[in-house]
Design a protein around this ligand. Structure first.
Ligand code: ADP
Ligand code: MG
Ligand code: MG
Ligand code: MG
Ligand code: MG
Length: 638
């Protein structure tokens, strides 16, 4: 999650009255940042990853695995250590020796870990990433009880099904009002339950999430979920399930926690200047879908095998706060805009940069933006594309407002800007520098699903960083496709085994006019073709491929042999995921379930299967069990 302010969050009926005020100051804060920071140059290519973990409590005697609410307690302990070290450093003037930083997430059972400081810009530093990730696991493990462990997969298979929570709680909470998820799964910091409550209030109903069920041999057709308490009458929204919100042949979910309770891997990259950040934002956006398909780790929701492998659409629906008018179900009367997409989704507009590749027709989505804010930005010398981006983010209301923090000095605070910015959850995020800080313009790459092992998480992180470095080094590379095609790609990337069976829209000629390599043609056509993940990643007769681009970059700089060998192992892993020689965690988990002796081929992942699956994943994560088919280690010479 983004910023975490302290204080009293306002309930929706009060918060909504202040939305205009927050937006107004948010824009002034952005303008201050822009004026002060737009000319920053030569920032270092610092970067960092974020890994989200779930704390699991294992009951070996009864063969049960449960999400543990102690995640929050563990996080407090981790942060005490962090603060003590920072205190010590500020008292002594020494550099703080922090190996990791720990941050809260939506789920009370979740913990987010990042490196203690961003990684530096050297290629050699890329060989330290996996070790840092391992260190994070060690640091948490020290504080865990014997029966506890941390797991990194996209969605927890049993979330919202059976007695999945330790300690157990009934689903009867006022904030989510879910039929399945107790409010006790939510991080106790007031920000998080207010987010859940205010999204529901603003929307005017509970969120509605339906993921297609995986129809196995014995799954009834149509599948009408017998575990939904259709007849509950605790909250007015209880009737939604029986009145059509719960679709047949789908896994129905009704709370923010089903989405924001998923885990992911994010990578934040600092660019030398604002223009290069804009370039990275646009170019990385176009590769998000194919990268997500390689990283898929979410095949099970609420105890059922799904016909999808990724979490993305679940989160998108889980935070969809649009009112019926905004969703286009009723004509606009009270609301300002009809808005086609949730505030969690793919970007709607490219930023353009000074690389000369952007064309207006790539922004082919009729953009919804706040015209008044747009005019104000443009009259303050913000260019059209940046003004569109910001005024598009600002069509949303702030969801959580802290009474104590309303009054800000817009020249030194970014709180109101960040309030809107950090609740626009998109496949890439353009992160302006915080006011008065040494931090530069950054881009966050957000579509990746988290991986079971540090090796895999490091491989995706390193590959993403190298691709970004190649994009900065070779300004000719142009991967623009129309944004509407990016939307389609993201939906395709979601489907079961997308990495093997889907085709994605991609620009055929990405190398431009020949300055990058002899492989380039001087063809500058805008042709967009459909290719498999394998073709996009590894290349084909007609297409260079992202792995060869990364290798061209590595060949163009000096890299020590040992460093290159380690990096090549990561690249081989990415290559293997794309060509199918190693499988995604989603495919691995699905196959584990379907081969479990207790599985009845009815899509049901029982508590017994869930336990065995979690134990197996945990053993893989800890390096106690080999899974070459998943990680490639031992298969492709890694
Ligand atoms: P958020 O949750 O808002 O995305 P976090 O602070 O949790 O932000 O994570 C941001 C990531 O950015 C971390 O991996 C951190 O190491 C990294 N980071 C911190 N400073 C910089 C910087 N100047 N440039 C690039 N990355 C940075
Ligand atoms: Mg996070
Ligand atoms: Mg974070
Ligand atoms: Mg975050
Ligand atoms: Mg992040």
């Amino acid at each position: 999650m983004g910023l975490l302010s302290l204080g009293t969050p306002l309930p929706w009926d009060q918060a909504k009255l202040l939305a205009r005020e927050v937006r107004k100051h948010g824009i002034e804060q952005f303008l201050h940042i822009w004026r002060n920071m737009k000319d920053r140059q030569k920032d270092r290519l610092l970067w960092g990853d974020e890994i989200e973990y779930m704390l699991i409590s294992l009951d070996h005697k009864n063969r049960r695995a449960r999400l543990s609410q102690r995640g929050h307690e563990l996080l407090s302990q981790l942060q005490i250590e962090e603060n003590e070290k920072l205190d010590h450093a500020s008292r002594t003037g020494e550099k703080p020796e922090l190996e990791a930083l720990w941050r809260p997430e939506f789920g009370r059972y979740m913990i987010e870990g990042t490196p203690g400081q961003p990684y530096n810009s050297t290629v050699a530093e890329l060989t330290n990433v996996e070790a840092n990730m391992k260190k994070r696991r060690d640091i948490v493990t020290r504080l865990m009880k014997d029966n506890e462990t941390i797991l990194a997969v996209g969605s927890y298979p049993e979330l919202g099904s059976g007695d999945f929570l330790e300690p157990p709680h009934k689903a009867n909470g006022e904030f989510s009002r879910s039929l399945f998820l107790p409010d006790e799964v939510i991080n106790p910091h007031p920000r998080f339950r207010t987010l859940a409550g205010n999204i529901r209030e603003r929307r005017g109903s509970k969120v509605t999430i339906n993921m297609p069920i995986f129809h196995d041999a014995n799954t009834p057709r149509p599948f009408i979920d017998p575990t939904i308490p259709y007849e509950r009458n605790l909250f007015p929204g209880d009737k939604e399930a029986r009145e059509g919100a719960a679709l047949p042949d789908h896994i129905y979910m009704d709370a923010m926690g089903f989405g924001m309770g998923c885990c992911c891997l994010q990578i934040t990259l600092q660019a030398p200047n604002v223009n290069q950040a804009r370039r990275l934002y646009d170019q990385l956006a176009t590769v998000g879908a194919v990268m997500m398909s390689l990283s898929a780790s979410s095949p099970i929701f609420r105890g059922y095998l799904a016909d999808v492998d990724c979490r993305w659409n679940v989160i998108s629906a889980a935070v969809d706060d649009r009112t019926p008018e905004e969703r286009g179900l009723r004509p606009l009367s009270k609301d300002r805009f009809a808005i086609p997409k949730s505030r969690y989704g793919t970007i709607d507009t490219f930023l353009g940069s000074d690389d000369g590749h952007f064309k207006p027709e790539y922004n082919d989505l009729p953009l919804v933006y706040d015209k008044e804010i747009y005019q104000h930005l443009v009259s303050n010398d913000i260019d059209d594309l940046m003004a569109k981006h910001i005024s598009h983010l600002f069509i949303r209301d702030p969801l959580v407002i802290f009474e104590e923090l309303l009054d800000q000095d817009d020249s030194v605070s970014a709180d109101h800007f960040e309030n809107i910015q950090s609740t626009n959850w998109q496949n890439v995020r353009f992160k302006p520098p915080p006011p008065n800080s040494p931090i530069g313009w950054r881009v966050e790459f957000r579509p990746l699903e988290v991986q079971v092992t540090e090796f895999e998480n490091a491989a995706f992180s390193v590959f993403t960083v190298l691709l970004a470095r190649a994009l900065l080094a070779f300004g000719d590379i142009n991967m623009y496709i129309p944004v509407t095609k990016m939307d389609i790609n993201m939906q395709r990337a979601h489907s079961r085994d997308a990495v093997l069976s889907e085709r994605f829209y991609f620009r055929r000629n990405v190398l431009g006019d020949g300055k990058v390599s002899e492989m380039a043609t001087d063809d500058d056509s805008d042709e967009v073709v459909e290719m498999s993940a394998n073709e996009i990643i590894n290349g084909s007769l007609d297409f260079v491929g992202l792995v060869p681009i990364v290798q061209m970059y590595l060949d163009s700089i000096e890299v020590e042999d040992s460093v290159r060998a380690k990096i090549d192992a990561y690249i081989d892993f990415v290559r293997g995921r794309a060509d199918g020689s190693i499988v995604t965690a989603a495919a691995w988990m699905r196959s584990f379930v379907r081969n479990h002796p207790a599985y009845k081929f009815d899509s049901v992942v029982s508590s017994e299967i869930n336990y065995d699956l979690v134990v197996a994943l945990d053993e893989i994560g800890q390096g106690k069990r080999d899974a070459p088919e998943l990680t490639g280690i031992g298969v492709s010479g890694l």
